[in-house]
Design a protein around this ligand. Structure first.
Ligand SMILES: C[S@@+](CC[C@H](N)C(=O)[O-])C[C@H]1O[C@@H](n2cnc3c(N)ncnc32)[C@H](O)[C@@H]1O
Length: 285
């Protein structure tokens, strides 16, 4: 244990596990004990409490919405990067292109394209989507093209909305990809305004109510469901299927799959699924 950390008994660990599962759907394995101690000790200390029992008692009896938010923020894992699992962006560009050619022009209105980055962390995923699509299809600037980017962690949503990152975030990217970003300062880069303007960042708990307007043409929900158990994953992916347009694409993380989790999709690429048409889903049932 590091200096300033509190000891965590089995009982305290199971109370914390139960609470984060109930609030956020996150299943903490035994391997996460050290992480729980290091991340939550700071909150316990800031509240002037004596340890984890007192902390959970406090959350249960007197904690407010900010305390719950801080608790969840501390226990999420937010690892992400620009162009992570980049074959998904190539697939999207290829298929949105087909979709754009076929989409009827709405009389008096602009053609519509909607994408959801569900579990967007600090924003690299939705910004990569926007940068790739605007680069491949500059005409999207005249479309009703919007990306909804949501996360349960208020700190990452706030950081994402700034659109500014350390230049080190571009390490390992090709010259063409680096050219999609703007220089902001000596050590920082900025997402160009055209890409920023397509994205709305919002706080949203995927296991709570969804105030979202579908249908979406594509949903990215990558490296989020790995923190959930199978029943929670099943509910999540079935709900995502309901807000995805028939034929729309669902992109999931490289270590995730929908086998035995949801039957409303067909696998069409490496961790790329397509929502079945209503009639296909009925035939398969
Ligand atoms: C590892 S990051 C993945 C980021 C990005 N999708 C990617 O693949 O690079 C997982 C994100 O899921 C979010 N998350 C976890 N539980 C959530 C929930 N119940 N509702 C919404 N977001 C959640 C976390 O806050 C975290 O930012």
């Amino acid at each position: 244990m590091e200096y300033g950390e509190f000891p965590l008994s089995d009982k305290e660990f199971s109370r914390i596990r139960e609470r984060v599962y109930r609030i956020a759907g996150i299943s903490l394995s035994d391997a996460k004990r050290t992480l729980v101690i290091s991340r939550l000790s700071k909150l316990v200390r800031a509240l002037g409490l004596t340890g984890f029992s007192a902390y959970v008692d406090y959350l249960e009896a007197r904690g407010n919405a900010d305390d719950d938010q801080n608790f969840v923020n501390a226990l999420t894992t937010n690892l992400t990067r620009f162009f992570r699992e980049d074959h998904h962006f190539d697939h999207l560009v290829a298929h949105v292109g087909e979709l754009m050619e076929n989409r009827p022009r709405v009389r008096g209105g602009r053609p519509r394209l909607r994408i959801w980055s569900a579990g967007c962390s600090t924003g690299q995923e939705p910004y990569t989507i926007a940068l790739c699509l605007l680069d491949a299809f500059p005409e999207l600037k005249r479309w009703d093209f919007r990306i909804l980017a949501t996360d349960i962690d208020s700190n990452v949503v706030a950081k994402a909305a700034t659109g500014v990152y350390p230049v080190s975030e571009l390490n390992g990217l090709s010259r063409e990809r680096v050219a999609l970003f703007e220089k902001a300062g000596p050590d920082t880069i900025r997402i160009p305004a055209a890409a920023r303007q397509t994205i709305a960042f919002k706080l949203l708990n995927l296991i709570g109510p969804w105030p979202v307007k579908g249908p979406f043409d594509a949903i990215f929900c990558r490296n989020v469901a790995i923190y959930f158990d199978k029943p929670t994953q099943g509910v999540l992916f079935n709900r995502l299927g309901q807000v995805l347009a028939p034929g729309g694409f669902l992109y999931i993380g490289h270590s995730e799959n929908l086998q035995a989790v949801s039957s409303g999709f067909r696998l069409v690429g490496k961790t790329v699924y397509q929502r079945k048409a209503v009639s296909d889903a009925r035939d398969a049932a």
